[in-house]
Design a protein around this ligand. Structure first.
Ligand code: NAD
Ligand code: IPM
Ligand code: MN
Length: 353
C-alpha cells in the first residue's frame, strides 16, 4: 500500500458487497463515499456465495495480492448464504482476509447515538460509549483442529484455542495506545482465565506487563461472563475493552443492542498503516435480504471508520452526526420501528451531509 496520507496518489478502495443485505447496504455506503470523498477510487470485486456457486471461487490469490499491494482499504458488506451451509466462502474471504492481511485489530465502537434507542432503563449516550478491541487473528478462529472417526458413535471433534505472546501483546498495546491517544483512563481486559489456564494465563501476564507502561490508565480485569453482565448492568464502567477473538465477537453483538441495534454497529479490521478491511458487524440477514429494508446506518458508520483510516477523521465525525440526526428524527428502517426503506434512510442521512 502506498502512503495515501502523504498524498502520493488517490486512495483506492476494494468494494465487496458480498451476500444478502450486504449488496443493499454497500450500494448505499458507496453513494456516501462518492459524495464525501469523490477522489477515492473504487473497484468492485464479485466475491461471495453467487460467485462461489457459479465457479467455486472464494478469494483468488491474485485478488488477495492486489488488495495487499494496490489498495488502502476493503469495504465489505456481509458473507453468508443458506445455499452454502458450510460457509466456506465466508471463511476464505472474511476470515482469510483477516488472517492473510494480518488485520490484528478488530475495532468495534459501542456508542449510543440516540438516547431513546438504548434498551437499558435510565442509560444514555454518556453511559454507553466504549471501544472494543477484539483480537482478530488467533484464538478459536484459526481453523486448527479436526475430527476423528467422523460420523461414528466414537466421533471426536477438536478446535484448538491459540494465543501467542506476539498476538496478545499487539492487541493489548493497541487498546492502551488508543486509550492514551483519546484521553481515556480505563482499559478492561476480559478473558476466561479461571477456566482456560494456559491461554488465559498468557493474557493475564501480557496485560499486566503492558499496563505497567501506562501508569495514568486504570487497568482492570473481568471474566467474560461477568463482563457480559456488567455491560448490561453498568455500561458506564467501560471506556476501552480488550479481549480475544471469540469473546469479542459475542460481546460486540451484545454491545450492538446497547447502542440501539445490530443495524447500527460498525467495525474495522485493521493493521495500522496497511490495507485494512471495514464491514458492518451484522451479517447477510437472509430473513430480510432482497426486501430493501436493511438498515444502512451500520454501513455508513463503517464507511466513516474507513475514511478515517484513509486519513480523514473529520468525515467520520460528520457521518456520525448525520446518522444521529436521522435517528433523532425517526427516519429509520422497520427493525427500529420506522417505515423507511434502505434507500430512504440513506437519503435521509445523505441529505444531512
Ligand atoms: P445477521 O446479523 O445476519 O442477522 C441477525 C438478525 O439481525 C436478523 O434478524 C437480521 O434481519 C437482523 N439484521 C442484521 N443486520 C440488519 C440490518 N442492517 N438492518 C436490519 N436488520 C438487520 O446474523 P445471522 O442471521 O446469524 O447470520 C446470517 C449470515 O450472515 C450467516 O451466514 C452468518 O455466518 C453471516 N454473518 C456474516 C458476517 C459478516 O460477513 N461480517 C457477520 C455476521 C454473520
Ligand atoms: C463477525 C462475524 C464473523 C465472526 C463470522 C461471520 C465468522 O460474526 O464479523 O462478527 O465471527 O467474526
Ligand atoms: Mn459476529
Amino acid at each position: 500500500m502506498v502512503d495515501v496520507q502523504a498524498g502520493a496518489r488517490a486512495p483506492r478502495v476494494a468494494v465487496v458487497p458480498g451476500d444478502g443485505i450486504g449488496q443493499e447496504v454497500i450500494a448505499e455506503g458507496v453513494r456516501l463515499i462518492q459524495a464525501l470523498a469523490p477522489d477515492v477510487e473504487l473497484e468492485w470485486f464479485d466475491l461471495g456465495a453467487e460467485r462461489y456457486l457459479r465457479d467455486k471461487v472464494t478469494l483468488p490469490d491474485d485478488v488477495f495480492a492486489r488488495w495487499r499491494d494496490e489498495f488502502d482499504a476493503v469495504f465489505l458488506g456481509a458473507l453468508g448464504d443458506p445455499r452454502v451451509p458450510s460457509n466456506v466462502h465466508a471463511k476464505d474471504i472474511l476470515l482469510g482476509s483477516r488472517f492473510r492481511l494480518d488485520l490484528f485489530i478488530n475495532q468495534r465502537p459501542i456508542q449510543l447515538l440516540d438516547p431513546r434507542r438504548c434498551p437499558l432503563k435510565g442509560k444514555g449516550p454518556d453511559d454507553v460509549n466504549m471501544m472494543v478491541f477484539r483480537e482478530n487473528t488467533e484464538d478459536l478462529y484459526t481453523g486448527v483442529g479436526g475430527t476423528f472417526k467422523e460420523g461414528t458413535a466414537d466421533e471426536v471433534a477438536q478446535e484448538l484455542c491459540i494465543a501467542t505472546r506476539k498476538g496478545v501483546e499487539r492487541i493489548v498495546r493497541a487498546a492502551f495506545a488508543w486509550a492514551r491517544a483519546h484521553g481515556k483512563t480505563r482499559v478492561c481486559m476480559s478473558d476466561k482465565s479461571n477456566a482456560m489456564r494456559f491461554t488465559g494465563g498468557l493474557w493475564q501476564r501480557v496485560f499486566k506487563a503492558v499496563a505497567a507502561e501506562y501508569p495514568e490508565i486504570q487497568a482492570s480485569h473481568l471474566y467474560v461472563d461477568v463482563l457480559a453482565m456488567e455491560m448490561v448492568r453498568a455500561p458506564e464502567r467501560f471506556e476501552v475493552i480488550v479481549t480475544s477473538n471469540l469473546f469479542g465477537d459475542i460481546i460486540t453483538d451484545l454491545g450492538a443492542i446497547l447502542q440501539g441495534g445490530i443495524g447500527l454497529a460498525c467495525s474495522g479490521n485493521i493493521h495500522p498503516g496497511r490495507v485494512s478491511l471495514f464491514e458492518p458487524v451484522h451479517g447477510s440477514a437472509p430473513d430480510i435480504a432482497g426486501k430493501g429494508i436493511a438498515n444502512p446506518m451500520a454501513t455508513f458508520l463503517t464507511a466513516g471508520q474507513l475514511l478515517s483510516h484513509l486519513g480523514r477523521p473529520a468525515l467520520e465525525a460528520q457521518i456520525q452526526a448525520a446518522v444521529r440526526g436521522a435517528l433523532l428524527a425517526d427516519e429509520v428502517t422497520p427493525e427500529l420501528g420506522g417505515t423507511l426503506s434502505t434507500r430512504a434512510v440513506a437519503d435521509a442521512v445523505l441529505g444531512r451531509l
